[in-house]
Design a protein around this ligand. Structure first.
Ligand SMILES: [Zn+2]
Ligand SMILES: [Zn+2]
Length: 287
């Protein structure tokens, strides 16, 4: 069995076991040393946030059974994309593919904050009034589909090795659970890790109700994109304990916590909480 066939065969199992492993690790960490107290009961949050994950998983399996890996295989067979048209050492093709896909995810995240129609979808992620491992997987199904279509387009343009796509999917999923964790690393370790990766304290700033804080730290994996594009902010002004999480105008449990409320959120009201404005960009990060 070739390596690519093995990857294709076990892709779903690899992803599921990584998800379960990292989820368990983060959930235990949150239980032993939570960073903040939750405002809504954990059982209520988890039931609803994880129900949304189930809805998304079933929907994606039905709509796109072959997922990103199937598109990568198609690009390879057709000889489409940058990496299928030149000879690259495998390690370099994998490294570049993962880094480029991460940049695209960063740019996509800036876009869903900047375009009012897309903010309607993305605000489901931000309307969570608490911040924990389940927030990392809390996205509206239409935003998940949009993300996947953008990913398909990038895969067709890049023609990345299959293994790069699996690595990216697994790492993005694991990092989303890690950096949404209701945990804090020791200050020194956080600073060190942040030189390369997004940490829980770094991404938590992005979930603040304050416009300028929401409009910073868009990265999910590599921390370099925020520094490079000028959207990096080191800490929330009020500190991690006192900062308010969520969207100022969405504070009702019925809407922000319950599954039907989350599914209906893009179609209700105006673009309250639409965050990008001039003022946001006038205050650069502290360092
Ligand atoms: Zn966001
Ligand atoms: Zn987030």
């Amino acid at each position: 069995m070739s390596f690519d066939t093995w990857v294709m065969e076990y892709e779903a199992l690899i992803r599921l076991s990584m998800f379960a492993g990292v989820f368990l690790l983060m959930a235990s960490w949150e239980l032993l040393a939570p960073c903040r107290q939750l405002t809504v009961s954990k059982s209520q949050r988890w039931f609803n946030n994880l129900s949304l994950v189930v809805v998304n998983t079933v929907l994606l399996r039905l709509l796109f059974p072959t997922a990103a890996i199937g598109v990568a295989l198609f690009a390879t067979e057709q000889g489409w994309g940058l990496f299928n048209n030149f000879v690259w050492p495998l390690w370099l093709a994998v490294l570049l593919s993962v880094v480029i896909m991460d940049l695209v995810i960063y740019l996509q995240h800036v876009m869903v904050h900047a375009v009012p129609l897309l903010w309607r979808l993305h605000r489901v992620h931000h309307a969570d009034m608490d911040y924990d491992v389940t927030t990392g997987a809390r996205f509206h199904p239409i935003e998940i589909i949009l993300s996947l279509l953008i990913k398909f387009a990038i895969i067709l343009l890049l023609g990345p090795p299959l293994v790069a796509v699996v690595i990216f999917e697994v790492v993005l999923n694991a990092m989303a659970m890690f950096n949404h964790g209701n945990v804090s690393l020791p200050v020194g370790l956080d600073r060190l890790l942040r030189l390369l990766l997004v940490t829980p304290d770094m991404h938590r700033v992005h979930h603040s109700v304050e416009d300028d804080e929401t409009n910073s730290n868009f990265g999910f994996n590599l921390s370099c994109w925020d520094r490079l594009f000028g959207t990096y902010r080191a800490q929330p002004r009020k500190g991690h304990q006192d900062m308010v999480i969520g969207i100022r105008t969405f504070r009702e449990t019925r809407q922000c916590v319950s599954l039907p409320g989350m599914l209906a959120m893009p179609f209700t009201g105006g673009v309250q909480g639409y965050a990008i404005n001039r003022r946001s960009w006038d205050k650069p990060g502290e360092n």
